[in-house]
Design a protein around this ligand. Structure first.
Ligand SMILES: [Zn+2]
Ligand SMILES: [Zn+2]
Length: 161
């Protein structure tokens, strides 16, 4: 979704629950280590106006799968993650030489105009949790280099095993 800044309450916390569709998520993740999105990403947002911008607390849940890089088995997993961001208008972005002066505990994200692309933020948050090296298990034994047998299922009888 795209959030209009005007939708955020001036005084109270604004709560938003939403989803990113599978199509949008797949398009975003497929270029990253072959991750597949199995169901819509769900998210809960809390937004509060601050002097400098808008504080965003997000919790995101995604169900993804990817092939183990050693044995090629498809592995499904759930990502549950939280993030805290400060959303600040691009107009207030520091010039490059001032970079780093806006010291704040929150990560700062700049938005253009008066609309925030919530889907992009949510997808980015999940992406940060993903490992580019997918293994079904740290102990995964992979495939036999000679016959391709999945060694997690037992030995194959090739020399060396
Ligand atoms: Zn594996
Ligand atoms: Zn073998």
């Amino acid at each position: 979704m795209k959030l209009q800044i005007a939708q955020i309450n001036d005084r109270k916390t604004t709560y938003i629950n939403g989803e990113v569709s599978v199509d949008d998520a797949v398009a975003y993740f497929e270029s990253y280590a072959g991750y597949i999105c199995e169901s819509p990403l769900s998210y809960k947002l809390e937004l509060r106006r601050k002097a400098k911008g808008i504080a965003l607390e997000a919790s995101v849940c995604a169900h993804l799968s990817a092939n183990c890089q050693r044995c090629l088995t498809l592995k499904s997993f759930e990502v549950n993650t939280q993030c805290s961001l400060l959303l600040v208008s691009q107009d207030l972005a520091p010039k490059s030489e001032e970079y780093g002066l806006s010291a704040d505990d929150l990560d700062t994200v700049y938005y253009e105009g008066d609309v925030i692309d919530i889907d992009a933020l949510v997808l980015e948050t999940v992406l940060l949790e993903l490992d580019s090296r997918v293994v079904c298990d740290e102990e995964c034994r992979g495939l036999c280099s000679q016959c391709g047998h999945n060694l997690n299922l037992g030995t194959c009888g090739c020399k060396g095993f």
